[in-house]
Every structure is written in C-alpha cells, then in structure tokens.
Design a protein around this ligand. Structure first.
Ligand SMILES: Cc1cc2nc3c(=O)[nH]c(=O)nc-3n(C[C@H](O)[C@H](O)[C@H](O)COP(=O)(O)OP(=O)(O)OC[C@H]3O[C@@H](n4cnc5c(N)ncnc54)[C@H](O)[C@@H]3O)c2cc1C
Length: 379
C-alpha cells in the first residue's frame, strides 16, 4: 500500500488542517488554558466543536453513531493537534477509550459512547503504576465481590484522570503482578466511592492524575470484554494510544520545524537572513528528512493496524520510537536555531519542546519501543 493518503483521507486532512489552525491554535488554546490555570487542561468548547465535526466518534462503529474510520484518519487529526499543540482529550477519549469500549457490551457502550460522541464526556485510560510505561506489570487488583468487583491499587500519570467521566482501568483479577493473563478492563465511573486523586500539571501544561482506588465497588456491568482475558484488548488499546502519540509527535515535530524555518527566513544577523547560512540549511534539511521518514513509519503502522495485520504491533513500536527521535531532533534544533531567545516564553518553540518531552514518555519512550522491536523480531 502506498505511504500517502487516499483522496478521501486527503480531503479529511484539508478540512482538519484548516479547522485546527483556526480554532486550535497555540494562543487561543494552549496559552489561554495554561495562563488561566485551567484544572481540566483543555477547552470544553473546542471539544464540543470536535463533536460537531464528527471527530469525537471517528473510531466508533456506525451502529454506535460513529464514523467507523481507522487509525490513518485518527492520525490525521492527531498530527494537526500536535502541530498546533492543542490541548485536547482526543487521544485518551476518542482513540484509546473508544477502542477499549468497542469490546464492551451494548449496555456499556450505550452508557458511555453517546456522551463522548456529543462532546460532553471525556475518558481516561489508567494502565501504568509507576513513573515509566510498563504495562507488562499490573498490580492493581479487582477481587470478586457479590455480583461485581472491589478494586484497589494505584495508577500513575493518568492523563486527564481527574476530569474524565469514566476511567478505563486495567486491573488484575487473577494471577501474580507480571502474569500475561489474569487482566480485566473496567470502565470506572468518576463518582465511584473510594477514588482519590493527586492532580499534577505536566511540563507541557497538560493535566494528569495519580489515582488511588481504595476498595472501589464496581458492579459487573463495568467489565469491558472478558474477565481475566483482557490482555489482548489492553494491547489493542495500547497500540491505538502508541500510534496516536506517534502521529501527534510527527505533528509536534512539523510544527516546531515550521516555526523554526519561518524564523530562519526573517531573523537577520551579520547583515543577512540567518537562513542564508549553509550550516543552518544543512541542519534544517536533516530535520526535514528525519520528519519525512518518521511520517512514513507512522502511516505504515496505521495502515497495518487498520488492516488487522499481525505485523502491526512491531511497526507501531518502530513508528513510536522513530517519531520520538525525529520530533526530539526537530525541537532541539529549533531551540538552537532560535539562538538566545529559544527558551523565552513569548516564543512558541519552547512550548514545542515541552510537548515533545511529555509525548515521548506517553505509552513508552524510544528505549521501551526499541526493546519491543528487538523482542518482537526475536533478537
Ligand atoms: C538575544 C539573547 C541571547 C541570549 N543568550 C544567552 C546565552 O548565550 N546563554 C544563556 O544562558 N542565556 C541566554 N539568553 C537568555 C535566555 O534565553 C533567557 O533569558 C532565558 O531562557 C529565560 O527567559 P525569560 O527570562 O524570558 O523567561 P520566561 O519567558 O519567563 O521563561 C522561562 C521558562 O519558564 C517557562 N514558563 C514561563 N511561564 C510559564 C508558565 N506560566 N507555565 C509554564 N512554563 C512557563 C518558559 O517556557 C521558559 O521555559 C539570551 C537571551 C537573549 C534575548
């Protein structure tokens, strides 16, 4: 399959690019919600506009009122979110949360998806329990109790955890902490008794939460998919989150590259535009090439995921690692090529660097995914 968009996908990209540039820009979204110290970390008005355009339900089935699109299309939105540094619950809600709920019962989907599709609800996904991504180990436990479960344990750095209407939690219902089997996914309502939050503002101004579940009573209807058999669904959710984060990283890298090349074309020093110096042209060309390679890896992984290929998981890790490397190169070179003003707050380039740091960690950094590529390749 060619590594570029079909005509329909290109049309979607045109629409989303214009919409995000008009409505999701750094000044009216990221800077605004950061400067007012917004505790949700994103704007509900824009989330409602996402819904009006059908974007909140793009991965949901048509039977559930969604657009039944795939990861290539979701990635088009995420790239523009990245390019504009738009604070949005799209990745956790419409990509990861909707992927998780797609395996849920009619009742569960009926309970949560209409709010998501309408832009009224937000979902968070709680997997990791320590400072680094390590989904192989799940220690939070859900014991059978009555006709439901009692959930106890801690989840770390849950993005939008405190503002989510439901938290999708991966918990252990049998076995020991590092067993592959024995995992169950639950959709936990935010108002369930026994949940407490330690809210955190991340370096990129996004909100996350360390969540404690203390004997939280869940009825059986909160279970998504099979009890004890949730590892495959968890992997599906993680792959959706990883390729989504990779797509967003390519947008962050591209946005950083765009503001940097614009600066090279306007800033004069030693009587010339600094972009006329060949040393800076070489550095810009290097960034451009790495971003193109990352974009190709991302679209390949998206296509394999959408096609249900068994090679998708390997390519998702290639894409997440490559996108992290390319984006990090772009933001570091951007700061360097902005010279002394690179980290002043009134220039956007420093904001790109902060978002890069946060997204690089989200769902596994480049080292985690390089290791994953080695394992899946049998090294
Ligand atoms: C022409 C020039 C040349 C320079 N050369 C050098 C040099 O060679 N070596 C050197 O060390 N310094 C140099 N500097 C200084 C340096 O670039 C800046 O002074 C320094 O980065 C601090 O910037 P600031 O005082 O504008 O702080 P601010 O704009 O306040 O930013 C400080 C940091 O805090 C972050 N920040 C600010 N507000 C918020 C907020 N509300 N929430 C989250 N984060 C926030 C910013 O993004 C930034 O990372 C130079 C500066 C200029 C203008």
């Amino acid at each position: 399959m060619p590594l570029y968009h079909t005509d329909d996908q290109a049309m979607l990209a045109d629409t989303v690019t214009g919409f995000m540039a008009d409505e999701g820009g750094i000044k009216q979204q990221l800077r605004h919600f950061r400067d007012i110290n917004c505790q949700d970390g994103f704007g509900h008005g824009l989330w409602k506009q996402f819904a009006e355009m059908g974007l909140t339900g793009m991965l949901a089935s048509e039977a559930d009122g969604g657009l039944a699109m795939g990861h290539v299309e979701a990635g088009i939105v995420l790239k523009e979110i990245g390019r504009n540094l738009t604070p949005s619950p799209f990745l956790t809600t419409s990509v990861m949360g909707v992927t998780a709920l797609s395996d849920g019962s009619d009742d569960l989907r009926g309970r949560w998806l209409p709010g998501v599709l309408a832009g009224d609800s937000v979902l968070a996904v709680a997997v990791d329990e320590g400072p680094k991504h390590r989904p192989e180990r799940i220690a939070a436990r859900a014991e059978k109790a009555g006709n439901g479960f009692r959930l106890s344990g801690n989840k770390a750095f849950v993005v939008q955890g405190a503002s989510a209407d439901a938290i999708i939690v991966a918990a252990r219902t049998s076995g020991s902490d590092s067993d592959v089997d024995g995992i169950t996914l639950f959709a936990v309502p935010k108002d369930a008794a026994g949940i407490s939050h330690e809210n955190l503002r991340l370096v990129d101004s996004a909100m996350a939460s360390n969540i404690r579940f203390d004997n939280v009573e869940l009825d059986g209807d909160c279970v998504i998919g099979d009890v004890d058999g949730g590892r495959a669904l968890l992997n599906k959710v993680l792959n959706a989150g990883r390729i989504g984060a990779a797509a967003e990283l390519t947008g962050v890298g591209q946005g950083s590259f765009d503001v940097t090349t614009a600066y090279l074309k306007t800033r004069k020093q030693f009587g010339k535009l600094i972009g006329e110096f060949q040393a800076l042209q070489h550095r810009a060309a290097h960034c451009y090439s790495e971003l193109e390679i990352a974009a190709a890896a991302v679209i390949k992984a998206q296509q394999l995921l959408d096609g249900g290929s068994e090679k998708a998981e390997l390519m998702v890790s290639v894409a997440k690692a490559k996108a992290a490397l390319a984006c990090n190169l772009s933001v570091r070179e951007g700061v360097q090529m902005h010279g002394g003003v690179g980290m002043t707050d009134e220039y956007d380039i420093g904001l790109y660097m902060k978002r890069d740091r946060s997204l690089a960690e989200f769902m596994g950094d480049q080292y985690y995914h390089a290791e994953r590529v080695a394992q899946l390749s049998g090294y």
